[in-house]
Write a protein that binds this ligand. Structure first.
Ligand code: HEC
Ligand code: HEC
Length: 935
């Protein structure tokens, strides 16, 4: 077609489609090198490589690059077509190369050339000496870069993230092909650019290059193979290099191999931990003391040796445990030790926020807990990461390698961001995405096994560089076994869930089970615990067939705050647990404490676990403090105070008049369920009748009084019923040899007064209660805790199912949600048990007006006006954020994600499920919000 003989003379009448916006490709068509329709990729890439004047390897590399760009030029949907037949040069508009106004804008949509824009281009250049003599205006590489940056800036938020990537293949390539001069002085002549645009004609010297190197038409088979290779190269390289952007676009299997996208981490200008009645020692211990969990599937030292599952061609990837990396999952950085200098402590936010010149005050909490050796954080892991040492293999009792797990603080430490400042507080809801971390860890293991070079580095770190081949092989085998288990388990989970149904309360029908994305700030704790204990732990103990106990993670909840909860009679959103040790030990099993449920091990090994019962007890003590009643004061971990002293900003000032009006509204409307506030003495004076301290809801249990919260039926509240249904409807099957007999055991130990149930097929709630009870007793015995001390640790609160509101308030049918005291509520967005409401403003609005779809995570700023997150319905999410949405893409309701109920839209009454109060005027909502800020 275009060898020296057959190339036709330049013919200005050749039409070039206005739908081809690329000046270079227009030149190729205009000069008759290729025709304006479909051009085989090989032809195109050879032609362009010829034009570049490169030789040898550089020329081949130019060809591959051109192929890659040409391949995606018509858009992802046309890849197959492009691969077999070629790029369609008259169809480039609307494809990824068309930057919709974010490019130079020299060529209009109708193919006309704008002289103004060419003049603008020239404005970025300077005068260069033409090697052929004379001088002219041109742009060198750095001027071109400035020009492109300015184009992006001009386009504002119309510019897509990948434009800057694509641009590298446009003007800079043109410079490579058409530039004059060498090195920094190599420039693109503005006059030649003008000719190229206007006349679609290359400078003579470029045409000559192309004409002197013939291009052979490709065979069909070569076309396909070449295309495939280029496709894999481009997609593989780009996707793995930019997983954050590409993962969401990749289909199934390929998507599974690419690390989930993560938001960018922005270093704060400053950070502060709020005062909460805990000393620095208390905090750091709580952040890193192990509760006996091995949440991560590999030993501690292996975890520290894993790399991030990303590919970098010229540098090693960062480590999985890098603080910067883990912060992108929402974790909070933590110092290695608190016995360090003030500047370091301050960097981590441990400055006295009320007197910024001094470090935090000494111990405030009385009596201090003596927990012996302080938990150090030698590797500088984030808050909530704990190293478990002296780990017994629960089957054999043999001490094995140190493990790494999450402790309470991973899920119960809050952080808000505001204008570059991070505010941190203990016991608040975490804004982490644990599922993402789970997947990323699994991929990291897979990459270590399969990406060339990685295992060697991993083994060097774990075993030392001089380790023998045999040791390395053994390590690889063990890691590979773990990898295989993880993959198999994901498959088993997917397959089992696919075949299962659940009862939908709303439609009153059985429907297929399906996961609901947890995302940032949420976790389906209850279903996960069941899956861990009644399925994975049984499988790991060698029992088969118990995958049938798996249940979809379809009831994600917002991490709840845990201050004050030790003094509530019932914990959990559904008020399901009274016994604190059972609550904590159950959680520890759910977060993967090792547990032996095998019938093939010695009898005394059955129910042995790695849970650290001592630490669990200390943690509870630390949270709890001393009895609030009759002192009328909470101690232990107190709720954080609204931080107006940190932000000078007017937005953080408290308006006293509003507070007064808000207090009155609270007394009128909210007290019925949330009771009087626990920390507002003014309220107690103004509304003595409604003061929490004179409430008859303090119930004596043992030597102390506990607040019996108001419980309301899930149906009447109208909020999503999924969480409340988990314990109420899920069932589990257990092997007979475990002799889990809920009726006999719980009645025997706690006088629960339960009717008989089968000991192999039982409600999940009862199965969990009895199993955790047995495991906790075993853990105390194994730790040789004196029976008298054991009794003190248990306390007087029972491990019995919640019988429902007592006295049976207004016949509230189960299941229930309970109304918590609202101290510290300003710090706990998003709201409702399922995190479906982004701010207090929307909590106090008619439910129908609430936003239905918004983004979470990614360091999103806190909004002190609406209190919580200021979102717009249907907003577009930044890279790596998760989307909360009440509906799936196909418009159907997502299970677990309703944002209805607790609605202020009318007069409550029969047939008005979900309505709990009248519509509040805008002023009233802000008065209430102002008051809630002070609690
Ligand atoms: C993996 C995350 C995670 C870890 C680790 C964790 N929790 Fe929780 N915790 C949750 C979630 C989620 C809930 C809400 C469960 C529900 O009600 O459905 C919860 C509930 C609670 C509650 C009840 C709160 C309420 O509103 O009634 C308390 C108290 C609590 N956790 C304490 C702890 C303690 C103490 C530890 C450590 C010993 C711990 N948690 C570890 C996630 C976690
Ligand atoms: C009829 C009882 C009732 C009344 C009246 C009531 N609430 Fe609630 N509230 C509840 C219950 C029950 C929940 C938990 C619902 C859930 O999570 O599904 C709740 C949850 C909340 C939450 C979310 C807490 C969280 O865990 O995220 C806030 C905030 C709240 N209420 C504020 C108020 C305010 C302010 C008022 C008064 C203007 C009020 N409520 C009146 C029963 C009530």
């Amino acid at each position: 077609m275009n060898d020296p003989v057959s190339k036709p003379p330049f013919d200005p009448s050749i039409q070039v489609s206005p739908n081809n916006p690329c000046p270079f490709l227009r030149g190729l068509v205009g000069e008759g090198f290729v025709d304006g329709g479909t051009v085989p990729l090989r032809t195109l890439s050879q032609t362009i490589a010829n034009a570049s004047g490169e030789t040898g390897l550089k020329k081949s590399s130019a060809r591959v690059q051109v192929r890659g760009v040409a391949l995606i030029a018509n858009g992802a949907c046309h890849i197959l077509q492009s691969m077999f037949w070629g790029a369609q040069l008259n169809r480039l508009r609307g494809g990824p190369l068309d930057k919709l106004g974010a490019g130079s804008r020299i060529l209009g949509v109708d193919g006309t050339v704008s002289e103004d824009q060419i003049a603008r281009l020239a404005g970025f250049g300077s005068t260069y000496a033409d090697p052929a003599g004379g001088s002219e205006t041109g742009l060198n590489a750095s001027q071109i870069q400035t020009f492109m940056n300015d184009n992006l800036k001009r386009a504002g938020n119309q510019a897509r993230w990948y434009y800057s990537l694509l641009m590298k293949f446009e003007w800079p390539i043109l410079l490579r092909i058409m530039g004059k001069g060498q090195g920094d002085d190599r420039y693109l002549s503005v006059a030649e650019v003008r000719t190229l645009f206007n006349e679609r004609k290359f400078p003579e010297r470029v045409t000559r290059r192309m004409v002197s190197q013939p291009v052979r038409p490709p065979s069909l088979i070569l076309r396909a193979v070449g295309g495939l290779v280029a496709a894999l190269l481009v997609f593989g390289i780009v996707a793995l290099r930019f997983p954050d952007q590409f993962q969401p676009m990749l289909p199934g299997i390929l998507g599974n191999l690419v690390a989930p996208p993560l938001p960018r981490h922005v270093e704060p200008r400053a950070a502060y931990w709020l005062e909460q009645n805990w000393a620095l020692e208390d905090r750091h211990w709580f952040h890193h003391a192990s509760q006996g969990t091995a949440t991560f599937p590999v030993p501690y030292s292996w975890f520290m040796a894993l790399e991030q599952p990303r590919l970098h061609f010229f540098a090693k990837p960062g480590m999985l445990h890098d603080s910067d990396h883990l912060q992108r999952f929402g974790f909070i950085p933590s110092p290695q030790t608190i016995n360090t200098d003030e500047a370091t402590l301050r960097r981590f936010g441990y400055a006295n926020v009320y007197d910024k010149t001094r470090p935090v005050p000494g111990r405030l909490w009385d009596p201090p807990v003596n927990w012996g050796k302080q938990a150090e954080n030698v590797d500088g892991l984030p808050v909530g990461f704990a190293r478990m040492t002296g780990v017994p293999d629960p089957a054999t009792g043999k001490i094995g390698e140190d493990r790494i797990g999450l402790t309470c603080a991973a899920c119960h430490t809050g952080q808000i961001h505001y204008k570059g400042i991070d505010i941190r507080f203990d016991g608040g809801p975490a804004m982490t995405d644990l599922r993402k971390l789970e997947v990323t860890t699994g991929l990291s293991i897979a990459y270590t096994l399969y990406v060339p070079g990685r295992f060697k580095r991993f083994a060097d770190r774990v075993l030392g560089p001089s380790a023998s081949d045999a040791d390395r092989d053994a390590l690889k085998q063990k890691l590979s076994a773990i990898g295989t288990f993880l993959v198999d388990w994901e498959k088993t989970y997917a397959k089992t869930i696919e075949g299962k149904t659940r009862f939908n309360e709303k439609t009153r029908r059985d429907e297929p089970q399906q996961d609901t994305e947890e995302g940032y700030g949420r976790l389906d704790a209850l279903n996960r615990i069941g899956n861990q204990v009644f399925s994975q732990d049984m499988t790991l103990s060698g029992l088969s067939g118990f995958e049938k106990n798996l249940h979809a993670r379809d009831a994600p909840v917002s991490f709840p705050p845990i201050w004050t909860v030790p003094w509530l009679k019932y914990a959990q959103y559904d008020a399901s647990i009274e016994q604190p040790l059972i609550r904590n030990a159950g959680e520890a099993l759910g977060v993967t404490a090792l547990l032996n449920l095998s019938d093939a091990t010695p009898k005394d090994a059955l129910f042995r676990s790695s849970i650290d019962i001592k630490n669990l007890n200390w943690i509870e003590d630390l949270l709890k403090g001393s009895a609030p009643y009759p002192k009328k004061q909470l101690s232990g971990l107190t709720s954080p105070k609204w931080p107006s002293d940190i932000f000078g900003d007017d937005a953080w000032k408290i308006d006293g008049d509003r507070v007064k009006r808000g207090r009155k509204l609270y007394a009128d409307i909210c007290v019925e369920c949330h009771l009087g506030p626990v920390n507002d003495p003014v309220f107690d004076i103004e509304f003595p009748q409604q003061s929490i301290w004179s409430s008859d809801r303090w119930q004596s249990i043992g030597d102390d009084k506990f607040l019996n919260e108001v419980q309301k039926s899930a149906r009447g509240m109208g909020t999503d019923s999924s969480q409340a249904s988990v314990l109420a409807t899920r069932t589990v099957q257990v092997p007979g040899f475990l002799k889990l007999d809920p009726t006999q055991n719980l009645n025997g130990w706690w006088n629960c007064n339960l009717p008989d149930v089968s000991s192999t097929d039982m409600p999940y709630a009862l199965g969990l209660m009895v199993l955790v009870d047995i495991v906790s007793r075993k853990a105390m015995d194994d730790a040789k805790i004196d029976p008298k001390v054991q009794n003190i640790w248990w306390g007087a609160r029972k491990n019995c199912p919640n019988p429902g509101p007592q006295p049976a308030e207004k016949n509230e049918p189960g299941p229930w949600y309970r109304a918590r005291p609202l101290n510290g509520v300003w710090a706990t967005a998003p709201y409702l048990h399922n995190g479906s409401v982004p701010s207090l403003y929307w909590m106090l609005s008619p439910a129908a007006e609430r936003p239905k779809s918004f983004c979470m995570g990614g360091g999103r700023d806190y909004d002190p006006k609406q209190v919580g997150f200021a979102v717009t319905d249907g907003e577009s999410c930044k890279t790596g954020q998760s989307r909360f949405s009440t509906r799936a893409a196909d418009g159907t309701d997502l299970v677990g994600n309703s944002n209805a109920g607790h609605s202020f839209d009318g007069t409550p009454g029969p047939g008005k499920d979900g309505t709990i109060g009248r519509v509040l005027r805008e002023q009233e909502r802000y008065d209430l919000i102002e008051y809630l800020k002070t609690l």
